[in-house]
Design a protein around this ligand. Structure first.
Ligand code: GLU
Length: 447
């Protein structure tokens, strides 16, 4: 494989699909060496097949808002690769959603799901619907309209969506209710992230953040360090930041920053449980303003408009909101302020130049597809429980999640260990994820 030739062809075929091309380049660059040691991959055109989704559904979603106005949005589902199992991946509702964004997320999902060692293919979907400022009824009507179209293409053995940015427990409830009504399929794993009591798994809401902190703990251990007493900057205040903050605080770390599109909330004394719980109210309000935290806890937090979490001095930086949220300039500011570890909890949270700057400074960098894989892994555990018509206890799920994260970490080390003894976690995650998919594709023939 010649990465440049492949990229030039892809750029010509998919002009302007910035995020998609960025994600593909990052993976190809790190698997190139290993790939070229396998002439059978080249012969079977594994990479050329892997970079194009199996199929993309794109559809119109029409709904009526509270003022009686008809609204029209676009909906998508990218079914990327099913070599390892039925398509699996979240739905993102955000005004910036387009095909490029969902292709990047779907492509990343293939390798992330592969890392979990569960039988999960890769997919992603969503809509340019903006949940900010919408009423509960509007959210419900939109979810129902979205499912009118999507229901035919999903199912536990076909494709099982879950949440992502803008899609949490409430949205999954409305989507699942609509799916059951239309498809007349009940108690199935057609969607994950359901609430406990009607098919959901205990620990699924916590899983992405908990899993990420389990991974970060291993990164620290590699250097003989403990998370206790370390300061952590998170971004966003959604489900991922909430889970990460909960586990970090439990382990004695200090979360000193969260953020929103409006700015950053600095928390010099560290976030407490009352504030962590308030993050849930902030999300439910659909206001999307982190300033609300400072308004509620004025003596504990300081809000600065227009600033990011990366301006706050910390030991560990964890982007946990949106792709490309950490730029090269942000990385340099973090490095100047003495950051010791960076771990992406969001998907592709760091721009490529930021990753290069962090790695060049000798700072361990954990990529999203490994660090945040606990979310989809627990979705896999939810499907397993649904299929068995059984529920595991929170301890059982957490134990399995912890083992999966430890195994992912070990695989990243196995494939990412460099000659000088340092670990390139990006390379490790990409190669480990890729090999499993490539071997499955080889075994299943030219399809
Ligand atoms: N959206 C999450 C992710 O990026 C979860 C996907 C899932 O649970 O299917 O992995």
């Amino acid at each position: 494989m010649n990465v440049q030739t492949i990229m030039t062809n892809l750029e010509a075929k998919h002009p302007g699909e910035k995020e998609y091309l960025q994600a593909v380049r990052e993976v190809l660059e790190s698997i190139e060496e290993v790939y070229n040691q396998h002439p059978e991959f080249e012969k079977a055109k594994i990479v050329e097949r892997l970079v194009e989704p199996d199929r993309i559904f794109k559809f119109r979603v029409v709904w009526v808002d509270d003022q009686g106005q008809v609204q029209v949005n676009l909906g998508y589902r990218v079914q990327y690769n099913a070599a390892l199992g039925a398509y699996k991946g979240g739905l993102r509702f955000h005004p910036k959603v387009n095909e490029s964004m969902l292709k990047f997320l779907g492509f990343e999902q293939i390798f992330k799901n592969s890392l979990t060692n569960l039988p999960l293919g890769g997919g992603k979907g969503g809509s340019d619907f903006d949940p900010v400022g919408k009423s509960d009824e509007e959210i419900m009507r939109f979810c129902q309209a979205f499912m009118y179209e999507l229901w035919r293409n999903i199912g536990p053995d076909q494709d099982s969506p879950a949440g992502d940015v803008g899609v949490g427990g409430r949205e999954i409830g409305y989507l699942y209710g609509a799916y059951k009504k239309i498809a007349r399929e009940h108690s199935t794993g057609a969607l994950t992230g359901k609430s406990y009591g009607w098919g959901g798994s205990l620990m699924r809401p916590e899983a992405t953040g908990f899993g990420a902190i389990y991974y970060v703990v291993r990164m620290l251990k590699e250097k003989g360090e403990d998370i206790k007493g370390k300061t952590i900057a998170l971004s966003g205040f959604g489900n991922v930041a909430w889970g990460a903050a909960t586990k970090a605080v439990e382990l004695g770390a200090k979360v000193v920053a969260i953020s929103g599109p409006d700015g950053v909330c600095e928390i010099p004394g560290g976030i407490n449980m009352e504030m962590i719980n308030y993050m849930l109210d902030m999300r439910a309000s659909n206001r999307n303003k982190v300033e609300d935290m400072a308004t509620k806890f004025p003596t504990l937090c300081k809000f600065t408009a227009g600033k990011k979490s990366w301006s706050v001095k910390c030991d560990i930086a964890c982007p946990s909101a949106f792709q490309n949220e950490l730029s090269e300039a942000d990385a340099k500011e973090l490095i100047a302020n003495g950051v010791q570890y960076v771990a992406e909890i969001s998907n592709m949270g760091c721009q490529a130049e930021a990753i290069h700057a962090i790695q060049a400074a000798g700072i361990p960098f954990g990529p999203g597809k490994a660090v945040n894989a606990g979310g989809v892994a627990t979705s896999g555990l939810e499907i397993a429980q649904n299929a068995a018509h059984y529920n595991w206890t929170a301890e059982e799920v957490d134990q399995k999640l912890h083992k999966i994260m430890n195994d992912i970490y070990d695989m990243c080390v196995q494939y990412g260990k460099q000659a000088d003894g340092s670990i390139n976690y990006v390379k490790g995650a990409n190669i480990a994820g890729f090999m499993r998919v490539a071997n499955a594709m080889m075994a299943q023939g030219i399809i």
